[in-house]
Design a protein around this ligand. Structure first.
Ligand code: PLP
Length: 751
């Protein structure tokens, strides 16, 4: 049985209305068994073709438009079958066109069922040819209806049919999901851990598509990818140089490897957005200095080179590094380079990101150590949750011993991998290989459309002296040598010129001072929406809308953002985001504006909040509420405190591994944050926003790093003043103490 139901896929048929009755009738009979969309003019043809990305084939009349239509189709799809209907053979068809079509048929010759069979064969060949290697085999195997006498024990779903609860699962997930949940007992599909067969072929294909020398599929998330990279390359007492803006899994990477970390400190702007690490932090002089200044290291340890250097690329707010610049600056003074590109697996597929991703290829002359990239394929490409990839580009001189590295991989692999997850990685790869550039083009164009919409709305409101939201993006772009308003620059120019998105000091829309030339760019598809209240230069405005209020408002109306800072929110514009989805966001922003301007009673907007804390919020309107919080943020200096807290790396009393050992020995106590002076943190403490650790396990709070306590205590106070706005701080728990006061507590090591 076939695993793909070819006849269910739609054929696009171009057929003029003025055709003869006989030919129309004959065509109807020919296409009886197919699913079809008919069009009768060129404009409709192009529109339907562009809006239907899953056609199985094209049928065209041999008419004067033929040449143009074939070229139009081939521009985006080199493989889709094109069938040409003609009554007088192919003699009128130019050679170049003839070479790019699949079949020429005369519907009045041969038998109709024979011709239909020919068309079906072309469709079948096409869909077989584009089937991804592992997923294709998995589908085929599932259609063989074998009796499984092996794990998983639900045996293709049969177990679920023995019980009403199981039947719910069976009905919900569907038979294919369950029948394709196989296990390593199926030799035809290869093996993830032994790196064999179709799984290996899929990984090799991913390596080719993502420009890596070797790719590993990892099924427990990029959290594990990061740990595999570290485990495979770093060991006890090695020196590591780590972006302080790192995901918490890197902290665990340091714990398991027992590395000794030193940190790069990313810049922050006045909005609290995390910026790039300074380029000079990658120089030999800088690195030597931080090693020299580290009192924890013995003289012997100070002689070592940095074993692993890890950087988050892009940052959450969409700042992407020019990787070639970093390689040149590092000039081989670290032994391994790790880019955590969890949010950024698509960069390879569009030239706008040229040179700004780890696996970039345009640097063949720059010497570099082995480079590792972590991709959460599930975050912005199409893999199932937890399905990630680890890519390696080998060093120009230092080579990775992959037999050794595999040992680290095996430590994190299950012996019962989920095959649908492998298939989803294979499919994501094949999708990007097939039409990655086109998909990214559309995604970026859509994001540009949205960016222009907000910029225009902002100006329209401003012309009535009214406020509106804006986006964190260049207000003006150098277009044909002239600084031009962003919204007036043609889409195509913004789509094709990286320079529009590159940060520099002269055009300081971003709020970072002293940005190095050609070093970082803003990713067009990461949208940071700015609320009124705080300007990029750090000045407060009279009207202020704290982002957490807006975020609660939009969530209640079914629009969910990725991240909420103090006066800004992040929206991800991923592949498949439609104009309709954008309009829903614009509508809810406009609704918010109306409710704010009318000062709509808060009880109508956040009834649960008001009912939970009536003494605090009843009799308030939305505007009162925003302005109260805005005023409080200004007066309590919350942002200034946050800024100071993140400029400081506290003294490292213990390494993350040593601290972790104390934690598991039970040598810790839970104390209120207010009593943490001169104490050593047991675990990493990460406040969201901004999602950067203020404390790593083993770091000590002392007079020098007191601003970290001040900031945490200011957050604690904020939550007492604005109950219901409870923040998420990893490593900190809030509870009511015996005196009835709600306080933050954290885990410190016993003195
Ligand atoms: C999400 C994320 C991770 C972890 O990825 P998972 O696939 O969720 O485990 C690692 N690094 C960064 C920068 C991330 O954003």
């Amino acid at each position: 049985m076939k695993s793909v139901d070819y006849l269910n896929w739609s054929l696009l048929v171009f057929h003029e209305l003025d055709s003869t009755y006989e030919s129309s009738k004959q065509l109807d009979i020919l296409l009886e068994s197919f699913t079809t969309s008919f069009v009768d003019n060129e404009t409709d043809f192009k529109r339907v073709y562009m809006s239907n990305k899953t056609l199985s084939g094209i049928i065209l009349n041999s008419n004067e438009n033929l040449e143009e239509l074939v070229k139009f189709v081939r521009k985006t799809n080199p493989k889709i079958p094109i069938v040409v209907l003609t009554e007088n053979g192919s003699s009128n068809i130019p050679l170049q066109i003839l070479n790019s079509i699949n079949l020429v048929i005369n519907i009045f010759e041969d038998s109709i069922s024979f011709l239909a069979g020919q068309i079906e064969l072309e469709i079948e060949r096409y869909l077989e040819a584009i089937k991804p290697v592992f997923f294709g085999k998995l589908m085929d195997y599932t259609q063989k209806f074998k009796y499984p006498w092996h794990t998983p024990g639900h045996a293709g779903g049969l177990m679920f049919m023995t019980n009403p609860i199981g039947k719910m699962m069976f009905d919900f997930y569907g038979e294919n999901t369950l029948r394709s949940d196989l296990s390593i007992s199926v030799p035809e599909l290869g093996s993830l851990l032994d790196d064999e067969g179709p799984v290996k072929d899929a990984e090799s294909n991913s390596a080719r598509v993502f420009s890596a020398d070797k790719t590993y599929y990892i099924l427990n998330g990029t959290s594990s990818v990061n740990q595999v990279i570290w485990k495979g390359r770093v060991t006890k007492d090695n020196l590591a140089f780590v972006d302080r803006n790192c995901h918490k899994s890197l902290n665990y990477g340091m714990v398991i490897t027992e590395a000794i970390p030193m940190y790069m400190i990313p810049r922050r702007n006045s909005l609290g957005i995390i910026g790039p690490v300074k380029l000079n932090e990658f120089t030999k002089e800088y690195i030597n200095k931080i090693i020299e200044d580290n009192s924890k290291l013995t003289d012997e340890q100070k002689k070592q080179k940095i074993k692993m250097s890890a950087l988050t690329n892009s940052t959450y707010d969409g700042l992407c590094y020019n990787v070639n610049k970093i390689k040149e600056t590092l000039n081989n003074n670290v032994e391994n380079l790790h880019f955590d590109e969890a949010w950024y697996a698509y960069a390879k597929f569009h030239p706008i990101y040229k040179d700004h991703y780890a696996m970039t290829e345009s640097d063949n002359f720059i010497e570099h150590p082995p480079i590792f990239a972590s991709h959460s394929t599930h975050k912005l490409l199409g893999a199932f949750s937890q399905a990630s990839m680890l890519h390696v580009k080998d060093g120009t001189k230092d080579k990775v011993d992959f037999v050794v590295f595999d040992e680290a991989y095996l430590m994190y692999g299950s012996t019962s991998p989920q095959y649908s997850m492998i298939a989803s990685l294979d499919v994501s790869t094949a999708m990007m290989d097939f039409s990655g550039k086109e998909l990214m083009n559309e995604t970026i164009l859509n994001a540009i459309h949205f960016r222009k919409r907000i910029a225009k709305l902002n100006k329209e409101y401003a012309s009535f002296n009214q406020w509106f939201f804006s986006l964190w993006q260049p207000e003006k772009v150098l277009y044909n040598g002239i600084l031009t308003n962003f919204e007036d620059v043609p889409d195509k120019y913004l789509l094709e010129n990286q320079s529009c998105w590159t940060l520099d000091t002269d055009n300081n829309w971003h709020g970072f001072n002293d940005i190095e030339k050609n070093y970082v760019m803003l990713d067009p598809i990461k949208l940071t929406l700015k609320c009124p209240g705080l300007k990029v230069n750090g000045e407060y405005e009279d009207i202020g809308i704290p982002a957490s209020i807006l975020s609660n408002y939009i969530i209640d109306r079914g629009v969910v953002n990725e991240k909420t800072d103090t006066y800004s929110l992040l929206f991800l514009h991923s592949i498949g985001t439609t104009i309709t989805k954008q309009e829903a966001l614009i509508k809810v922003l406009m609704d918010f504006k109306k409710d704010f301007d009318k000062n709509t009673p808060l009880v109508e907007i956040f009834p649960d909040l008001v009912n939970s804390y009536p003494e605090k919020y009843s009799n308030k309107g939305l505007k009162d509420h925003c302005l109260d919080m805005h005023k409080y943020i200004i007066e309590s200096k919350l942002l200034e405190l946050m800024d100071k807290a993140f400029q400081i790396i506290p003294k490292q009393e213990l390494t993350p591994a040593e601290a972790s050992r104390e934690v598991f020995r039970g040598n810790i106590e839970h104390v209120p944050v207010k009593d943490c002076m001169n104490r050593v943190a047991g675990v990493i403490v990460v406040p969201y926003p901004p999602g950067i650790p203020v404390l790593m396990g083993g770091e000590k709070i002392d007079e020098n790093s007191k601003s970290i306590l001040d900031f945490l205590l200011a957050r604690e106070e904020f939550e007492r003043v604005f109950p219901g706005y409870f923040s998420d701080i990893h490593g900190v728990e809030a509870f009511i103490d015996n005196d009835g006061v709600r306080r933050f507590h954290t885990m410190v090591i016993k003195n």
